[in-house]
Ligand binder design. Structure first.
Ligand SMILES: Cc1ncc(C[n+]2csc(CCOP(=O)(O)OP(=O)(O)O)c2C)c(N)n1
Length: 335
């Protein structure tokens, strides 16, 4: 495995303040989603990224608007970080007609092609080959687009993970894989069922990918490795694997209290919460407490407004059932 020294220029203070705002937005959005679940307003299941915000925020900051992201069912953060507004995302969780998928997809199927958000996928590992396909299309068409594919540590034991890495390597595809290693795959500790210590990075290097380990609770570190990997992909130098170590603060999905995890482990990771860490760093870099409070107030206003607007949405009608099901808008291919 190699660890690269990123050849990217570091962010200035304004850019870091923006990165702080994104992380706060992801945090407050997820907290609101959880509250609305407790009020029985969220339809279907949902998987929150509380504690993992630095990864979605840091990687998104390193992307061009024309790049693509592929996410899992734990995909609210990745969707919002690409600039999709909060109201349609929250409304989608509530199953309302003003939702991102008009209320038909729910939490696990967020997509916004105009923002380069190419879907969230509920089948573990299924989207890694799809991200390769998108990257191949960019390579074939000669665009400079890069596909970024997020997934969990549990996905590394699925065959599609290995197939995708092999394809990406032999075709030198402009794809960056980002494994969010939060140590747990549902209710199983990943190290108990995995033959290598670093489930993504150790295997990626065997396929010849540039393989990078990073502290996933440090948004600056994530940004730097992502910027370097994306630049490499854009320059035609091939795929990379970033394994970002992190921890989910809550359970696997909304109804899971996560009690199978030792209290000491949870406490250890709560102490490494990416957001207070980033807050402290910004103060050290010369930001003022007032500036940070104003950012926080602004995010709270945004989440409150999104909540109001999402709740005001209607219930989807039957007319939506056959809409957006086939690419040509119908099922004429059968005839
Ligand atoms: C092919 C497949 N097998 C099993 C499942 C059930 N399942 C849903 S989430 C999950 C664990 C995934 O863990 P990980 O990839 O580490 O992601 P995390 O939930 O930690 O983000 C499993 C096994 C599934 N969705 N798809």
């Amino acid at each position: 495995m190699t660890t690269t020294t990123p050849a990217v220029s570091p962010m200035d203070l304004d850019e870091k303040l923006a990165l702080y705002r994104t992380q706060l937005a992801l945090r407050f959005f997820e907290q609101r989603a959880y509250d609305m679940f407790l009020e029985n307003l969220v339809k279907g299941t949902s998987h929150l990224s509380l504690g993992q915000e630095a990864i979605a925020a840091g990687v998104a900051a390193a992307m061009k608007p024309t790049d693509w992201t592929f996410a899992t069912y734990r995909g609210h953060a990745h969707t919002l970080a690409r600039g999709v507004p909060m109201t349609p995302v929250l409304a989608e969780l509530l199953g309302r007609s003003n939702g991102l998928m008009a209320g038909k997809g729910g939490s696990m199927h967020l997509t916004s092609v105009e923002h380069g958000v190419m879907g969230s996928y509920a089948i573990i590992g299924a989207h890694l080959p799809i991200a390769c396909g998108a990257a191949w299309s960019a390579q074939f068409r000669g665009t400079d687009q890069v596909a970024v594919c997020f997934f969990g540590d549990g996905s590394t034991n699925i065959g599609a993970f290995h197939e995708a890495l092999n394809f990406a390597a032999i075709w030198k595809l402009p794809v960056v894989f980002v494994c969010e290693n939060n140590l747990w795959m549902e209710y199983t500790r990943t190290t108990e069922v995995t033959a290598v210590e670093n489930p993504a990075a150790d295997r990626a290097s065997a396929y010849g990918l540039e393989s990078i380990m990073v502290d996933g609770n440090d948004a600056d570190a994530v940004y730097e490795v992502a910027a370097a990997a994306i630049a490499r992909a854009r320059a035609g130098e091939g795929p990379s694997m970033i394994e970002a170590k992190t921890y989910r603060h809550g359970g696997h999905s909304r109804a899971d209290p996560g009690k199978y995890r030792p209290d000491s482990e949870v406490a250890e990771w709560l102490a490494k919460d990416p957001i207070p860490r980033y807050h402290t760093r910004l103060l050290e870099l010369g930001a003022t407490e007032d500036q940070l409070v104003e950012i926080e107030r602004d995010v709270v206003r945004e989440v409150d407004l999104a909540t109001e607007e999402a709740k005001a949405g209607g219930v989807p009608g039957e007319d939506l059932l056959m809409k957006d099901v086939w690419a040509d808008g119908g099922s004429s291919w059968r005839n």
